[in-house]
Design a protein around this ligand. Structure first.
Ligand code: MG
Length: 371
């Protein structure tokens, strides 16, 4: 089987309401998403989506995906999309780094492999059933009272796991937020306090040693070095997210005892193939993981839910679904959706999501021949 065509579509996806990360440092109003369709000489087509969470969240941005695919496409035409490690080696040789560019291509190749083998991705990734994955709410930062009200609203919709954004310039307010939310949590619910890199190490140590809450704390500081320093000086379990880009970052974090869990996000690490390697490493060292993508429609969300559903339950905490934050839905009725706080991946072969290209307007690029 050979790749004969790569078609690229772009869609601006407005958020239903502006979103503020911890401390209000980063504001987002719309996401720039790239959809990729890969056609093969076997008549099978696969879909992928790459959607960084805005331009300011990570060293990744929407237009960069399209530019990177222009560079990669001539080297992918003619290759067998089912040979996923080979496809990834070709991409890494032709464009070192830029993992977010490669994720939608890798995703579309997984979709083709699944369709060709007649298996859903959750099964190809080692799962034994279309497991129901817990979906976590995302609680925008605010006063303790506002945040508790948002958690109560989410709980009424069936969410039992919450990601609460903390990390402002006021240390006392952060301690108050964490203490109040942890104490007000409904019976059986879990919360992760996501700092999104906002604290300096001394602040992280002061806040976490001043609160009695022992819930998960995510990405307290900017770098892996800083987070590792904090991890040895506090008693909360630490989850790492934005500082983890490569397999080596994960190995280093484990060697240094920097965390008890990680966020596995295909777009951040270069696609499902690399996310699967990281997931398997995480299982082998006993990490607990949130598996979700950086952003995107129900297409990207569904790819991540396949990976989450194939992960042993003991190592899987929850997954966030980006598409609930959007005011558009380019794949209506398809893919993994939140049903009372859980999402189930499709059991159709492949990804199980096939957009109607008319949703996107004309392709912004089509690559068909070897350069
Ligand atoms: Mg995070």
């Amino acid at each position: 089987m050979k790749i004969i065509r790569i078609m690229v579509y772009q869609l601006d996806m407005p958020l239903s309401e502006p979103y503020y990360l911890s401390g209000g440092r980063l504001k987002f109003e719309k996401l720039d998403s790239t959809f990729v369709r890969i056609d093969t000489d076997a008549g099978i087509s696969g879909w992928g989506e790459g959607c960084p969470w805005g331009h300011t969240y990570l060293p990744a941005h929407g237009p960069g995906i399209r530019a990177g695919i222009e560079t990669l496409a001539p080297f992918l035409i003619g290759e067998d999309p089912r040979s996923l490690n080979h496809i990834n080696r070709v991409m890494d040789v032709q464009l070192p780094g830029h993992p977010y560019v490669k994720s939608p291509i890798d995703m579309a190749c997984w979709d083709i492999l699944g369709q060709a083998s007649g298996m859903p991705l959750w099964q190809l990734m080692g799962g034994h059933e279309a497991a129901a994955v817990l979906v976590n709410s995302s609680i925008s930062t605010g006063s303790p009272e506002e945040m508790i009200a948002r958690i109560e609203k989410a709980a009424a919709k069936g969410y039992t796991v919450h990601s609460a954004k903390v990390g402002g310039t006021d240390i006392g307010l952060d301690i108050a937020r964490i203490d109040a939310i942890s104490a007000a949590l409904p019976e059986g619910h879990k919360v992760t306090f996501d700092v999104n890199r906002a604290w300096q190490p001394a602040v992280a140590i002061e806040v976490l040693n001043s609160t009695s809450a022992r819930d998960w704390v995510e990405q307290p500081c900017e770098t892996l070095d800083q987070c590792a320093h904090v991890a040895t000086r506090v008693s909360n379990p630490i989850m790492l997210d934005e500082c983890m880009h490569t397999f080596s970052d994960h190995l280093e974090a484990w060697k240094r005892g920097a965390c008890e869990g990680v966020k596995v996000k295909p777009n951040r690490v270069g696609g499902l193939t690399k996310a699967l390697q990281i997931r398997d490493f995480g299982v082998s060292v006993g990490w607990q993981m949130h598996i979700e993508d950086l952003g995107g429609s129900a297409l990207a969300d569904t790819a991540a839910i396949h990976l989450a559903a194939s992960t042993p339950e003991a190592n899987r905490l929850a997954s966030w679904l980006c598409h609930y934050h959007l005011s558009v839905d380019p794949v209506p009725g398809q893919g993994a959706r939140n049903d009372q706080g859980v999402a189930v991946p499709p059991s159709l072969s492949g990804l199980g999501v096939a957009p109607d290209p008319d949703q996107f307007g004309p392709a912004v690029a089509t690559y068909e021949t070897r350069a």
